[in-house]
Design a protein around this ligand. Structure first.
Ligand code: GRF
Length: 192
């Protein structure tokens, strides 16, 4: 008998630029019964992204296109997404800002994970800012992607306590552990 489990999962692409720990976590989640998504494509704007190794490890197609020319890169990706019937996109440490044209084509179907409690600390260096400002809590946010950086509707957040001993590096590690828990929860929330 053919096992139907998983066949109707939402075809998803994950966009990365770096180490890909969130990607790996999403792949593992996607293989669980309760996941509404399957990961069918890994996209990176750089061949140096360490997370690309998960393409081989989990047998998922990868695609690399530099964003030196945004228009060309986005047109190529849009083509591939269409060809592969990708319906949903998770940004996971993707360091490029997608154009309004791209985002509008996937309106309500692109989400991002950001290492701060948005709307606080949009953009880069969130942990440095939180420590410099002597914040007591930091955290992470999963939100819908719009043309405005880190400003789309918030789906789910998780707080992390900042201790006096924390450095930007130790805080980043603590927050990343929570990111791995938060992303699957937020995705389930979208589709259930
Ligand atoms: C994460 O902290 C994510 O929130 C931020 O970049 C980092 C990516 O980490 N946007 P990884 O590549 O998933 O390990």
């Amino acid at each position: 008998m053919v096992k139907l489990t998983g066949l109707k999962k939402i075809k998803t692409a994950v966009f990365i630029s770096g180490s890909g720990s969130n990607l790996k976590n999403l792949i593992k989640f996607s293989k669980t019964k309760s996941s509404p998504i399957s990961i069918n494509l890994i996209f990176s704007n750089t061949s140096k992204a360490k997370g690309l190794r998960f393409s081989n490890q989990f047998n998922i197609q990868k695609y690399i296109s530099s964003f030196i020319d945004y228009k060309i890169a986005e047109a190529k990706i849009l083509n591939l997404l269409k060809k592969k019937n990708i319906e949903f996109i998770c940004l996971a440490g993707f360091m490029k800002i997608l154009s309004k044209n791209f985002v509008n084509k996937f309106s309500g179907k692109i989400v991002n994970i950001h290492p701060s409690l948005l709307p606080k600390y949009k953009g880069l260096d969130t942990h440095i800012k939180a420590i410099q400002n002597k914040d007591k809590v930091a955290g992470c946010t999963v939100h819908f992607v719009t043309a405005k950086l880190d400003s789309g509707k918030i789906i789910q957040q998780k707080e992390v306590k900042i201790s006096k001993k924390d450095t930007p590096t130790s805080l980043a590690k603590k927050v990343l552990r929570q990111e791995h828990k938060l992303y699957p929860v937020a995705i389930k929330k979208i589709f259930n």
